[in-house]
Design a protein around this ligand. Structure first.
Ligand code: SF4
Length: 365
C-alpha cells in the first residue's frame, strides 16, 4: 500500500506534551499516572521538568502545539510551572494549552500562563449536575465551572475546551442533556465528550453496580452529537467537537502519526518511529533528573507496517477517515451503514463511530 508517506505529519508540525502528575484528589475512575498523596514533590518536580526541557531543547524542532496535561497542571504553583514551560522551543503562533480544574482558575493564574504564550485552556468540567459529579468522585463545584469560564473569557482567551463525561452512575438522559446544554451556553469553542470507561485498578472497577451501560452510553452519544451539530459544532474525531478553526492541533499531531516530545513523569514521545516513555512516578523522575540521568523508562522501534496501521486506526476515528483501499471491498460491503464513501476516503457514519473498534479490526496495510 502506498500511504506510508509522512507528508501529513510534516505539515502539521511538531508537538510537545508535558505531564503534571499531581491532583488534589484521585477520581474514582481515573487510571492516569497521577497522584494525590505527593504534594511534597511538586516544587522539586517543576525544577526537574525545567532541567529535562533545557537538556532537550537544543535538539528539538520548534513546537507548533504544546499541551500541558496530567494530572492537574493548575494544581501546582503557576509561576514555577511557567518557568519550566518557558524553555520549550516553539513557534510564536503555536497552540499552547494548559489543563485546569475549574476550582483553581483565577484571573491572576491565567495572566501568569499568558505571560509565556499560553493561548488555550482545557477545563475538566465533566458534568453540570451535582449528583453526577459526586458519583464520578469529582470534588469541584458546578458553580465554579461558570466562574472559571468567565475568568477565561475575561482574560481574553478565544479558544478553550470543556471536557465532559457521560455514563456516571445515576446519570439520567435528562442530566446529560442538561450538561450538554450548559457547555453550549458557556460558549466553549471546543468540546470533548467521553464515555466513562472502567479501567482495571481503579476504585470504579471494584464496584460493578456503578459501571456504565452500553445502550445508555450509545443514547447519550447520539444526544450530544445531535445537540452539538445543531449548535454549529463539527464532530472531527469520535469524541471531539469544535467550532470551525478550533480543532486541537496536538490531537492532529497524534492522529497523523506525527512527531512529539514528552516531558515529565509518564510522558510519551514519538520521533520517526521511535516511541519512548518516561518513568511513571514523580519520585523516580525527580531522582533520575537530579542525578543527571535520562528519565526515559523504555522505548520501542516501530516498523513501517506498524506505523501505517496505527496511523490508519487513528485516522479512522477522524472526520477525514482512511483511504478506501485501507479496507477490503468485501469488508466494506459487510459493514453496511458503519462506513460511507466521501470522495476517495472511507469515513465512519455515526453508527460506525459507536462501533469504531470493530471497523478498525478490518484495516489492512
Ligand atoms: S482530576 Fe483528572 S487526572 Fe486528576 S484524578 Fe481526576 S480524572 Fe484523574
Amino acid at each position: 500500500m502506498t500511504w506510508s508517506t509522512h507528508a501529513l505529519a510534516d505539515q502539521i508540525g511538531f508537538g510537545v506534551y508535558v505531564h503534571v502528575p499531581f491532583c488534589r484528589h484521585k477520581c474514582d475512575y481515573c487510571v492516569f499516572a497521577t497522584f494525590a498523596d505527593r504534594p511534597h514533590l511538586e516544587s522539586q518536580y517543576l525544577v526537574a521538568l525545567r532541567t529535562e526541557i533545557d537538556r532537550a531543547a537544543p535538539s528539538l524542532p520548534k513546537a507548533s502545539s504544546i499541551f500541558v496535561g496530567g494530572g492537574t497542571p493548575s494544581h501546582v504553583d503557576a509561576r514555577a510551572l511557567v518557568h519550566a514551560l518557558a524553555a520549550i522551543p516553539r513557534h510564536d503562533d503555536a497552540e499552547f494549552t494548559v489543563e485546569c480544574n475549574p476550582d483553581d482558575v483565577t484571573g491572576k493564574m491565567l495572566q501568569i500562563y499568558q505571560s509565556i504564550g499560553v493561548n488555550r485552556i482545557s477545563l475538566g468540567m465533566q458534568s453540570s449536575v451535582p449528583h453526577v459529579l459526586a458519583a464520578l468522585g469529582r470534588t469541584h463545584s458546578p458553580d465554579n465551572i461558570a466562574h472559571a469560564v468567565a475568568a477565561i473569557k475575561a482574560a481574553g482567551f478565544t479558544s478553550f475546551n470543556l471536557d465532559i463525561i457521560y455514563g456516571g452512575a445515576g446519570e439520567s438522559l435528562a442530566d446529560w442533556v442538561a450538561t450538554v446544554q450548559q457547555v453550549v451556553a458557556l460558549g466553549a469553542p471546543h468540546i470533548s465528550a467521553y464515555g466513562l470507561t472502567v479501567e482495571a485498578g481503579t476504585v470504579l472497577a471494584k464496584q460493578p453496580a456503578r459501571h456504565p451501560d452500553d445502550d445508555d452510553q450509545a443514547d447519550k452519544y447520539e444526544a450530544v452529537d445531535d445537540m452539538l451539530a445543531a449548535a454549529g459544532y463539527t464532530n472531527y474525531e469520535i469524541s471531539n467537537w469544535a467550532k470551525p478553526g478550533h480543532e486541537c492541533q496536538l490531537n492532529a499531531v497524534y492522529w497523523s502519526g506525527g512527531n512529539y516530545a514528552g516531558f515529565g513523569s509518564a510522558a510519551h514521545a514519538h520521533m520517526n518511529g521511535r516511541r519512548s516513555w518516561n518513568v511513571r512516578t514523580p519520585d523516580r523522575y525527580n531522582e533520575l533528573i537530579e542525578a543527571g540521568r535520562s528519565a526515559e523508562s523504555s522505548y520501542e522501534e516501530l516498523d513501517d507496517a506498524t506505523r501505517t496501521l496505527e496511523r490508519l486506526q487513528l485516522q479512522l476515528r477522524t472526520r477525514n477517515g482512511v483511504p478506501v483501499a485501507a479496507l477490503d471491498p468485501v469488508d466494506i460491503d459487510d459493514m453496511g451503514d458503519l462506513v460511507q464513501h466521501v470522495g476517495d476516503r472511507l469515513v465512519l457514519t455515526r453508527a460506525g463511530r459507536l462501533l469504531a473498534n470493530e471497523v478498525a479490526l478490518r484495516l489492512r496495510v
